[in-house]
Design a protein around this ligand. Sequence first.
Ligand SMILES: [Zn+2]
Length: 288
Amino acid sequence: MKPLFKEIAACPVCQQLLEWEAETVRCTGPGCGRSYSLAGDVPILDLSEDNGSIADPVPDPNARSGLRRMASSFLRVESSTYKTRQGRERQPRFIASLGPDAIVLNVGAGKTDFGARVVNLDIGPFPNVDVVGRSEWLPVRDHAVDAVITIGVLEHVGDLAETLKEIDRVLRPGGQVFHEVPFIQGKHGSIDHRRFTYQGAAALVDDYELLDEGVAVGPSSALGWILAEWFALLFSFGNARIFSVASRLFSKIFSPIRYFDAILEQRPEARVTACSLFVQARKPEISS
Ligand SMILES: [Zn+2]
C-alpha cells in the first residue's frame, strides 16, 4: 500500500476517518466503529467477499502448465486490440498534466500502476492494488482527490449511477475525471453489463466541463475482435470448448487487422464504430 492512501482513506460506510492498527483498520465514526481486515498491508475496505477484478482481466501466462501452457502461449495474442502510441501515452500524460502534488484515484486499477501519486483501488488484492474496495462505496474522504481515472471499468460495475455519484463525492471541486469505456467489443470478464457510444460516454460527465473526448482504441481492433468471435461461432458447431480455442485461434489470424488503427483512429468518423472511447472532464469549482 502506498502511504499516500492513508491521507485520503475513509470508512466506506460512513466516510469517517480510519485508525490503523497492527492487523485491522478501525472506523472512528461515532455509531459506526466497523473494523476491516488487512491483506498484508492492503486494507480490505469492502463490504462483500467477491475477489474478482473490476478492471478488464490481464492474462497471466503462468496460470497454466505443460501442454496447455504451450498451446495457450501459441494461441495467445498479447491483446486482441491495438492501442496506438498516442493512445498509450494518454493516461500518463493526463496524470502528468495534473502536477507533481496531485492525488489521483485509479478505480478498478487491476494490475496497472501509474506512479507514486496514483492510489490503486480494485475489488481484489492484486499486485499494485493499494486498497480493496467497491466503486459504489469508495473508501475515500469527500473532495480528497484531484482526479479519478477508470480504464475499462465502468462496463463491469454493478451500479453505474452510484459509482459516478461516488466519484463525484471524492473529487475536489475543479478536479478532473478520465474515463475509458468500451463500445464495439464482445462480452468479456466474468461480469460485463454495458457499452457506451460517444454520446453515452459524454453523458457520463454531463454536469462537468468536457475537456477532451475521442477514440481510445480504434474500429480496426473492434473489427478484428468481432471477426474472430464470428468465425469461432461458425466453426465451433455449438461446442463451447471448441469455441474457446477457435476464438483464440481466429483472434491470432485476424490480429493484423488491428494495426490499421494507426491510420484510421484519427478520422473523425472512427468514433462511430470504435472499440473504445475516452472522455476527460472537469468538475465545476462551485457545485450548483
Ligand atoms: Zn464507519
